[in-house]
Design a binder for this molecule. Structure first.
Ligand code: HEC
Ligand code: HEC
Length: 338
């Protein structure tokens, strides 16, 4: 068993090296002592882990959650595309957010339309441009036919006679996603008292993040606003200060955000404040994925949320600080098909 784990670390390290050259932003310390190999702690997590990678939950058996939220080989739970591509090559309207640390957000989706991870997990399966199953019942029928799932569901829900249903499936995926946290970033170490954990530039950036006013929205332990009860949501207008140049270039106002969910006038262009943990690894940026670099995203935020033109070196320092929010992504291997 030990040999198998070592071999898989070795193979993933090769995969990572290759990926790193594709995108520096996705860099991880694969195979280093700090990188933990993910293992499940319960039957429920184990079931959720398999379901997260299960392509049979899509209409043509081609798409799993991992297709758009890649968590293998140190990837940061995103697809790296401006907007995601689902079943039959269909392109969605929004950028795929990371699943890492999503459990800390008090609502899910850019517009907060799902109250928690379990409610969220049911959405993509029947979304016609994501996984494209005709109904949850059909998805469950497919899963019921797989012997391995009969066993895993029975173990995860030992008190239930017919445990294979959509609610239990969503509960299991959510339980797996809850394990996807990275609370050991240099920033966290700094907060715990290791003053050397941040570079001088990162410390400067941390100060600028506060003095410029980013922290007025990106507050709290996960930079997504105050910790609120699940289902609440912390929403802010974006853009707050219209800027013709950025708007013409990136078209941020076209998608009305929260308004599409509530139809309240006051919710036009309101968006949930996202976490900034691992943000240096989740390019491109914003709900429409139109901004390619973190440097540009920081400048957009300063101008459109705070009405400030920040200097180049201030933007650079803030970017360096945001890089300190990269935690150790566990090494997660795709499970063997059941
Ligand atoms: C075709 C690509 C695609 C697939 C497949 C997909 N997602 Fe997503 N996911 C997205 C996009 C795009 C969003 C953002 C949509 C929005 O906010 O309107 C999203 C949002 C989320 C969020 C919310 C994160 C946040 O910060 O709000 C979670 C959690 C999530 N997906 C988990 C899953 C799970 C679990 C599955 C499998 C059952 C899955 N996704 C399948 C593309 C996908
Ligand atoms: C008035 C509230 C507010 C302020 C102030 C603010 N932000 Fe944001 N931030 C948001 C919202 C809301 C979003 C989501 C916007 C969207 O794409 O719809 C966001 C998105 C981001 C993103 C993109 C995240 C991603 O995953 O794509 C980054 C990076 C970011 N903010 C950094 C900053 C920085 C740095 C500052 C200070 C210069 C700042 N923000 C100031 C509300 C704010």
């Amino acid at each position: 068993m030990k040999h198998i784990i070592c071999l898989s670390i070795f193979l993933s390290a090769i995969a990572c090296t290759k990926k790193q050259s594709d995108s520096e932003a996705k860099k991880v310390e694969a195979g280093t002592a700090e990188q933990k190999v993910w293992t499940s702690n319960s039957a429920l997590e184990e079931l959720g882990y398999h379901l997260y990678f299960e392509k049979r939950l899509s209409g043509d058996n081609s798409i799993s959650c991992n297709t758009c939220h890649d968590i293998t080989a140190g990837n940061a739970g995103v697809d790296g595309l401006p907007t995601s591509v689902g079943i039959n090559g269909q392109k969605g309207e929004r950028n795929s957010p990371t699943v890492f640390n999503a459990k800390f957000l008090s609502v899910q989706f850019w517009d907060g339309r799902a109250k928690d991870l379990a409610e969220q997990a049911k959405g993509p399966i029947t979304n016609p441009i994501e996984m494209g199953m005709e109904s949850h019942d059909l998805a469950i029928d497919k899963i019921k036919d797989v012997k391995g799932y009969q066993e895993l569901f029975a173990k995860a829900f030992p008190d239930q006679e017919n445990p294979i249903n959509i609610d239990n499936l969503a509960t299991a995926i959510a339980a797996f996603e809850e394990t996807l946290t990275t609370l050991d970033s240099p920033y966290d170490k700094f907060k715990e008292g290791d003053l050397e954990a941040l570079s001088e530039l990162q410390k400067k950036g941390y100060e600028a993040f506060q003095s410029v006013g980013c922290v007025s929205c990106h507050s709290g332990p996960h930079f997504a606003g105050p910790s609120l009860p699940i289902g609440t949501g912390f929403f802010m207008k974006f853009p707050t200060f219209p800027d013709a140049d950025y708007e013409n270039k990136y078209h941020f106002s076209e998608d009305l955000g929260r308004y599409n969910v509530t139809k309240n006038e006051t919710d036009k262009n309101m968006w949930r404040v996202p976490t900034l943990r691992n943000v240096a690894r989740t390019a491109p940026y914003f709900h429409n994925g139109k901004v390619e670099s973190l440097d540009e995203a920081v400048k957009v935020m300063a101008k459109m949320q705070l009405n400030k033109d920040i200097a180049e070196d201030e933007a650079k320092a803030i970017v360096a600080f945001l890089e300190s929010l990269n935690g150790n992504i566990p090494l997660i291997n795709e499970p063997k098909a059941l």
